[in-house]
Design a protein around this ligand. Sequence first.
Ligand code: FAD
Length: 595
Amino acid sequence: MESYEIKEHDVLIIGAGGAGLRAAIEASSQEVSVGLVCKSLLGKAHTVMAEGGMAASLRNADPRDNWEVHFRDTIRGGKHINNWRMVEIFCQEAAERVNELEEWGALFDRNKEGLISQRNFGGHRYPRLAHVGDRTGLELIRTLQNHGIHQGLDIYMECCIVELLKEGDRICGAFGFWRESGQFIVFHAKSVVLATGGLGKVFRVTSNSWEGTGDGHALAYRAGAELIDMEFIQFHPTGMVWPPSVQGILVTEGVRGEGGVLKNCEGKRFMFDYIPDTFAAETSDTEEEASRWLNGDPEARRPPELLTRDVVARAIHRERMGGRGSPHGGVFLDISGQRDADHIKKTLPSMYHQFMKLCNLNITTTPMEVGPTCHYVMGGVSVEPDTAMSAVDGLFAAGEVTGGLHGANRLGGNSLTDLLVFGVHAGLHAAKYSKEIVEVAKPSKDLLKKMEQLALEPFDPERTENPYVLMAELQETMELHTGIVRTSDEMEKGLELLQDLKQRAERVRVDGNRQYNPAWHYALDLRNLLCIAEAITLAALKREESRGGHTREDFPESNDSLQKVNAFIHDKDGRMFHEHREREPMPEHLVKLLN
Ligand code: FAD
């Protein structure tokens, strides 16, 4: 057993995207010692990639907006299975968090009155997304980093956590390794905040980077926490489809927010055919407005391209399946006919450069080819809404790794604000929890020895399986069996294939040594991805209805009785256990807001 580098903190935060950074700032303001770990460089993470903006009812674009309308939109968008208390906290605190960011130096785009400009996004009743061109995440991360480095945080970059450490029922730290040297590091901590983001890499086509391997979901599951609503995956309607090397890269909803329209290969603006029966009435102020929309009036106030992401993604999928797709298997997204070149370059500079650089296409003159891409996971670690603590003592979570807030479908722009709102709750309560604990429990030598063996198993020369091959097979399995449209037969077959992959993963082998060895990193990621792939497929198989980001061809309708329940997954004696549990009913003062 080798000797380890040991670090001790009151609060250890795993993940340095928006949620982790905001949690770290809040925890350190409580004068506890804070360690912040990330597996890439500080300032990377998915948050920096966020383009369109962050949603809050600032009322700059429309004075009728307020937290109550934002609440209604978020619950409707989430198809009524959100954790209502999380949504209430979120909508009430969103504006304060955006304004605070501005006070800390974020330079948002302005409207003519000099107020923060807010743009339209799918499912939001009023223009609500505060933005910085199409580089909002970059500004958010830059601001939090600048603010955070003055708080005395200890930052551990390119350091990957492999397992959480517990003594008895309580969290006592984490075990990880430096990606560059391969040396192990042990963190002793009184509390841990998971802020590890999403899991897009479980699918073949995704907008996520290499970091989106669901580590936090799997770490929490193995530590004994519950995962909630894992069946709900957001397939963003517009990812790049061509050339193959860039497949899945996001084309921001901001393109549609700025007026971009979707067309099939016949030149038809097909989204008018997919407006749900009740939708126009629910989201229009007058019957006349609703009927103009339903009758395909292009001047109707909200274009059908801005229906919620699940609806648009399914519509594109159906157009492609019906043989009306674009040459490379997508559909066309056209902003060139809607806005002049200067406006496009000014409001969507990253999109302009992305298409110019990656496929030599000028979006100011030519339509883009786009198709659905796995983008976001609504499910995640189940936490208590006010404190952000999971079922495991001392384990908190915030950001995309958590579940409950977005229900069955997240509205665009609601993630960035989620990171700030619940980053604060998690950081604050983790710090408070740590203050109550007199001494950090030390993990036993046996436990550390076990962790070391587990991490080094792939170097066993007797093993035979290639981690790259297994990863590709896993992603293909998920794409084909638990993808955008699902059936029970496909998913049962998918679960069988996953069991087979799990067994083969126990024989995964890597060559070379521990210094910057990507194959080894892949082998460790595989363990997490297989765990969450099973959770997604199991939860999807058990939900026999279609709702939000979960579409069943064999159960195409929503089922009212399933609207009352959420799916919980936890480990029971080494096996994955799934159950549906009824939510506490929404209190009357919130029910009123939905009407
Ligand atoms: P992330 O920002 O993903 O950060 C995760 C952190 O955890 C990273 O630092 C990573 O290194 C670390 N980590 C992970 N595993 C480990 C481990 N094992 N050990 C150590 N560290 C680990 N949302 C919006 O609201 N508006 C938008 O306009 C928008 N646009 C988007 C555009 C793109 C291209 C993408 C991919 C997403 C977009 N989203 C948007 C979604 C949003 O960006 C993400 O949901 C959000 O940034 C997630 O933030 P996070 O802090 O939870 O995690």
